[in-house]
Design a protein. Structure first.
Length: 115
């Protein structure tokens, strides 16, 4: 059974930092590109960051320079380090594992940026 379990969300003040984790099981993690998405009510889901199975990364313009995606294949885990957080970063963040043929999602973790 495939599981992606996110953790690390919470409430943070503007300018603060959070580190999200997504632990995968039931897949050969190293074969998957990993992505972080976010979604707020009434808005389309937004692709935030990607790290390929080879370690290449890409980011949405809105988070470039503030967020960093990384992966630890030994721990089957992908991370999203979020710095200089802004109220507009408030969303449910979900991780996604994909090979292009297979696609798996976590349940999401809430990030709230508010003073």
């Amino acid at each position: 059974q495939v599981q992606l379990v996110e953790s690390g969300g919470g409430l943070v003040h503007p300018g603060g930092s959070l580190r999200l984790s997504c632990a995968a099981s039931g897949i050969i993690f190293s074969l998957y590109d990993m992505r972080w998405y976010r979604q707020t009510p009434g808005k389309q889901r937004e692709l935030v960051a990607v790290i390929t199975k080879r370690g290449s990364t890409n980011y949405a313009d809105s988070v470039k320079g503030r967020f960093t995606i990384s992966r630890d294949n030994a721990k089957n885990t992908v991370y999203l380090e979020m710095n200089s957080l802004k109220p507009e970063d408030t969303a449910v963040y979900s991780c996604n594992a994909t090979t292009g043929f297979r696609d798996y999602w976590g349940q999401g973790t809430q990030v709230t940026v508010s003073s």
